[in-house]
Design a protein around this ligand. Structure first.
Ligand code: NAD
Length: 490
């Protein structure tokens, strides 16, 4: 497994190998950890996208007809290779994304759960058969679509692609990944491991680039389906453009996750969980706790959260923000909350950093209290290690605030009352619900996916829905006997 070193041009992976990079346009790459240059990224234009899609289409001619039990064999070997190379992969995630190496490894391990699930596709993909009239059988079989694509964000450079390609490939498609231009090297390492695992050339491809490249992918007539994960404004644009060119689309967007704390919640559990949820990956997770809704007098719980948050130090236990622009955007939210009269209980601006990380992009954990419900900190996706507290009088008031959010990825409640938890689960407007858990990711075989402006399209990105998304069914009606009953079908 080889990674590009600094000063290199980072390119595409197609026809089973890294392509010699050549590009009219490039983007500079820098590590969020310390600001070190990581080379230049080649941006694919429409002609380069087309060349890669044509290679995938050629590969599909054989791969699509390969029996499913054979198609999953490279995925078993890929899983073993990823486990063997976990450390270098996690180090690459950390280097280009800024999260800690342990967080990088955790994301890869969650992604491997989808690989495991994809290995069971032979057991999941079988069709149905039924005698529908005397002597007449009807059966269904699932077929791959052809060339399909995935477009992914910076925050999980290994895991989010793994939500998509293992199932797509196991279902018989050839896959083109357009990773984030901010974390493009981890997917190249994944491509190399898939090749080493024996996946035929052209079945998995990486095309690098930004908006121009995405548009070429969305407009390409040979690409039949596209899964996207990223921010809500882009998810909407991508859904519409891909749908307009006749593609099957599923696009996951951003989030603003609310956590309700009832007076009967365990304060220590709340403080530890909310801190981990809000500050893990420096808050750059679509499942991060963002607004804490304290019901009743929650002074003691807010003090306990503050004590935990002060222990998490940027550049030591907590990783970096992806780029200086995002760091400034996040500090802008904190500045505004302060100027609006909110109480900054823990202020993460200008954190003290270790010497070697002073060139990186860091914000310390931040806890803001006494915000107005309509303030930007409460309404917008901040995507940084910032937790906003709102004090409310009742569970219904908390739910009303949660329900008003245009997003709907996750919502959680901390309580020792089963009845209150069930009421919350019934009335929260979100696709993923946590009870006494701060990051309620539904692990495989359960599917990942939000509601409202956190997702556009039908079904979820992982779990059984993925089989429906990456395949099409053929319905065949068969009669082998002339004695079959006469009916409208005969
Ligand atoms: P982003 O929307 O900026 O980028 C995502 C992808 O879209 C990238 O590959 C990028 O190159 C491409 N892109 C960016 N602008 C585009 C445009 N105008 N037209 C076409 N393509 C464009 O997202 P990001 O900053 O990389 O990732 C963070 C966002 O992703 C957050 O909003 C986060 O909540 C979200 N996210 C959501 C989930 C989920 O499951 N719902 C998971 C992870 C991340």
């Amino acid at each position: 497994m080889t990674a590009s070193s600094s000063a290199q041009l980072v390119g595409h992976f197609a026809r089973g190998e890294q392509q010699r990079p050549s590009s009219a346009r490039t983007l500079p790459l820098a590590s969020p950890v310390d600001g070190a240059a990581l080379g230049e990224l080649a941006v694919a234009d429409a002609a380069q996208v087309d060349a890669i899609v044509q290679g995938a289409h050629e590969a599909f001619q054989t791969w699509g007809r390969t029996p499913v039990k054979d198609r999953v064999q490279p995925l078993y070997r890929f899983k073993a290779l990823v486990e063997k190379n976990l450390r270098p992969l996690a180090e690459m995630v950390s280097r280009e994304n800024g999260k800690t190496v342990d967080e990088g490894a955790a994301g890869i391990q969650r992604g491997l759960e989808v690989v495991e699930y994809a290995c069971s596709v032979p057991a999941l993909i079988a069709g149905d058969i039924l005698e529908v009239a005397n002597g007449v059988d009807c059966y269904t079989r699932r077929f791959p679509l052809g060339v399909v694509a995935g477009i992914t964000p910076f925050n999980f450079p290994a895991m989010v692609p793994m939500w998509m390609f293992p199932m797509a490939i196991a279902c018989g498609n050839a896959f083109v990944l357009k990773p984030s231009e901010q974390a493009p090297q981890t997917p190249l390492l994944i491509a190399e491991l898939l090749a080493e695992a024996g996946l035929p050339a052209g079945v998995f491809n990486v095309v690098q680039g930004d908006r121009e490249t995405v548009e070429a992918v969305l407009d390409h007539p040979l690409i039949r389906a596209c899964s996207f994960v990223g921010s809500t404004p882009v998810a909407k644009i991508v859904f519409q453009r891909g749908s307009a060119s006749g593609k099957r689309m599923l696009t996951l967007g951003g989030a603003k996750n609310h956590v309700v704390i009832l007076p009967d919640a365990d304060p220590e559990l709340v403080a530890k969980n909310l801190t981990a949820s809000a500050t893990g990956c420096a808050g750059q997770r679509c499942m991060a706790a963002s607004v804490a809704l304290g019901v009743g007098n929650c002074d003691a719980i807010v003090d306990a959260i503050a004590a935990e948050m002060r222990k998490v130090r940027a550049g030591f236990d907590m990783g970096a923000i992806i780029n200086p622009r995002s760091r400034d955007r996040i500090t802008g939210y904190i500045d505004r909350a302060e100027s609006e009269g909110a109480t900054l209980i823990v202020d993460g601006r200008n954190p003290a950093l270790p010497e070697e990380k002073r060139g990186g992009n860091y914000i310390g954990s931040t806890l803001i209290d006494r915000l107005a419900p309509d303030s930007n900190c409460v309404q917008d996706e901040i995507f940084g290690p910032v937790l906003s507290v709102l004090r409310v009088g009742s569970l219904d008031e908390a739910l009303a605030i949660e329900n008003r959010s245009p997003y709907g990825n996750a919502a959680a409640i901390y309580t020792s009352s089963g009845a209150a938890a069930r009421y919350f689960e019934q009335h929260a407007s979100a696709g993923m619900i946590g009870v006494n858990i701060g990051v309620p990711v539904p692990r495989d075989p359960f599917a990942f996916g939000g509601w409202n402006d956190s997702k556009f399209g039908i079904g979820d990105v992982t779990g059984k829905d993925a089989i429906g998304f990456w395949t099409q069914t053929k319905k065949t009606t068969v009669k082998w006997t002339t004695n079959a009953a006469r009916s409208w079908m005969t």
